[in-house]
Structure formats: C-alpha cells, structure tokens
Design a binder for this molecule. Structure first.
Ligand code: ADP
Length: 324
C-alpha cells in the first residue's frame, strides 16, 4: 500500500513588499507523516502553508507534490486541501451539503455527492448530525465537518492552519488524538501549523521549527526535543536550560537538574507545583536562571520556597552542546 506522497519545497521564498516572510526554504517532508510546522507568531508558517495551498503567490522557488511542480496551479488542481482555523463552514448549508460542496463545484451529480459526503461523515463520526446546520453544532463537531469537507476531494496532502486554537483546552486535547488517528488511517501527509510546542510534540512524527522566515531545525519530534541544534530551538521547545560554558553553549534538560548538597549555588525565585513534578526556578550567582523539574516526592521530602539558598547539579553527561 502506498504511504503518502512526496511534498518538497525548493528555494521557496515569499515577499510582501520589503518584508521577507519566507526565505529560501528547502525541505522534503516525510511522506505519509504527521508534520507540524512550529514557530512563534510572524515567523512565516502561515505564508508557507498558504503558498502550498495556492492561496498565496510564490515569490521565488517552487512546490513539488508527487513529482509535479504545483506552484502556479489553482488551489483545486494541486492535490492539496486546507482546513482553516475558523472552519469557514457555509452557515446556510446542512452538514452534508457543506461536506459535498466542492463536489458540487466539480459538477458531480447529487447521488454521488451525497454518497461520498456520507462516507466522509462516517469517517469523522458525524453521520447522525448530517442534516443539521453549522450553528447547531459544538466547536468540536464543526471541526469534524470542516475536516470531512477538506478530505472529500481526496487530497494528497491535508494542510491545517492552527486547527485547534478555537477550541477549549479539554476539547483541544481530544481533537488532537482524533486528528492523529485520522492521519494514520488515511496515510496521507498532514501538515499542521502551530505555535504551541506541546501541540507539536503531541502530534508530530516530524517537527519543522521555523524562526524569522527560515527553518531552524527539522526532524523526528523526539530528536528535535532531545537534541535541539540552536539556542532558539532549545528555548522555544521548552524543558531545557541553556548554559554558557567556557567552550560555548550547551543545554541541560530541566528534568536532569537536581537540588543537592554540592553543586552551583543559587537562590530559588519560583516554585510551581505541577502534579507529578514541581518546577523550581533558581538564579545562580552569575545571574543565570535555571529550571529544575523535581519529582514531587523528592521535592516534598525537602521542600523549598522562593528566597531559599539551594545548590543545583547535573551530570556532565547530560549536557548537550549546541552546534549553532
Ligand atoms: P506566522 O504564520 O508564523 O505567524 P505569517 O506567515 O503570517 O507568520 O507572517 C510572516 C511575516 O509576513 C510577518 O512579518 C507578517 O507580518 C508578514 N505578512 C503576512 N501576511 C502579510 C500580508 N498579506 N501582507 C504583508 N505582510 C504580511
């Protein structure tokens, strides 16, 4: 069975007047995988996604999907489909007609349209609500309709622009697992834009971290987390301390830092209970702020408060050198 299609960006650049929103991106996405495009607001994620979808012109370079340069094709002919943040459902059309809409545009007859829409509604578990209007649905249900509507065209790649940001935190986590399950079932590449590192870690097989119009690092989620290449990635992905050494910068994971009798003297500045662990922030004498994630039993064996003097230590072997 085929597992996904190749999607490649070649020298992809986007300019808006003098602003370079996307600078010379070169990347081959892992076919048939869940990819998260991760980065802070304004780094060029949406521009990249919109260029792939065909909703934004390419300034330079190209987008190659399944061996074909699609950069200048209209959106409907690219083999991509996009799911928008606000879902953009037609308020006057039923759920079924929303899903069937693009087939109607293609001139498919009503029986075929409805049969295909019903299949997709089945896939997202919305068959029982097919005759409702969007306003009669919850946020999560609207999202499933938007997903079905995007998938009805059988895209080679599904593009998702901050798809979970309109949902409350509880629903966001549930929809996360639904998206992931759907991607696995369909076997096509999902390219999901997010500024949330927890969302990217939870969902992605591959994470592409963008900063300031370029790709800072790309790779399997676990590699990006465990071995950040740059200080930016280490800080953005979270859970790491960046430490200046005489020979350059290194990171140490917050869960590798312990409070001990020996080690670097520091003063506790914040204590945050997180359930399984306690996040202790302390400032060293040289002014470095270090985060230690202490297992809760260990912490409460010897609790600390802001203002307390502590000593921080970690194994040298847990230091990870930054290469850029
Ligand atoms: P992100 O999705 O990561 O938040 P965007 O791709 O939306 O980033 O934006 C990247 C940069 O391009 C930003 O500096 C933004 O202000 C600029 N930008 C985005 N869209 C436009 C536009 N239509 N016109 C001018 N500048 C834009």
């Amino acid at each position: 069975m085929r597992t996904g299609y190749d999607l490649e960006l070649v020298h992809l650049t986007k300019r808006y007047g003098d602003t370079v929103a996307v600078r010379d991106l070169n990347h081959v996405f892992t076919p048939g995988s869940y990819v998260c495009l991760l980065g802070p607001s304004g780094c060029g994620k949406s521009s990249t996604l919109r260029m792939i979808a065909g909703h934004e012109d390419v300034s330079e370079g190209s987008i190659v999907l399944d061996g074909q340069d699609v950069s200048t094709l209209p959106p409907a002919q690219r083999g991509t489909a996009m799911m928008f943040q606000n879902y953009a459902l037609f308020p006057h059309l039923s759920v079924r007609d929303n899903v069937a809409f693009s087939l109607r545009m293609k001139g498919e007859d009503k029986t075929k349209r409805h049969a295909r829409a019903n299949e997709l509604l089945e896939l997202v578990d919305m068959t029982h609500l097919a005759d409702r209007l969007p306003a009669q649905l919850s946020g999560g249900q609207q999202q499933r309709v938007a997903l079905a509507r995007a998938l009805v065209t059988q895209p080679k790649v599904l593009l998702l622009d901050e798809p979970l940001s309109a949902l409350d935190p509880f629903l966001r986590i549930r929809m996360r697992s639904e998206l992931k399950k759907l991607q696995r079932e369909l076997g096509i590449t999902f390219l999901h834009v997010t500024h949330g590192q927890d969302e990217a870690l939870a969902l992605a097989d591959e994470i592409v971290v963008m900063n300031d119009a370029v790709i800072e690092q790309a790779g399997p989620a676990r590699d990006v987390w465990a071995a950040p290449r740059t200080e930016f990635v280490a800080r953005f992905i979270g859970g790491h301390n960046v430490i200046a050494l005489p020979s350059g910068k290194a990171t140490v994971r917050a869960d590798a830092v312990t409070l001990s009798d020996a080690g670097t003297p520091a003063t506790v500045t914040a204590v945050e209970y997180q359930g399984a662990s306690v996040a202790v922030t302390a400032t060293t004498e040289s002014g470095e702020e270090i985060l230690a994630l202490i297992p809760e039993a260990a912490f409460f064996g010897s609790p600390k408060s802001p203002g307390d003097a502590v000593r921080l230590s970690w194994d040298e072997g847990r230091l990870h050198r930054l290469t850029a």
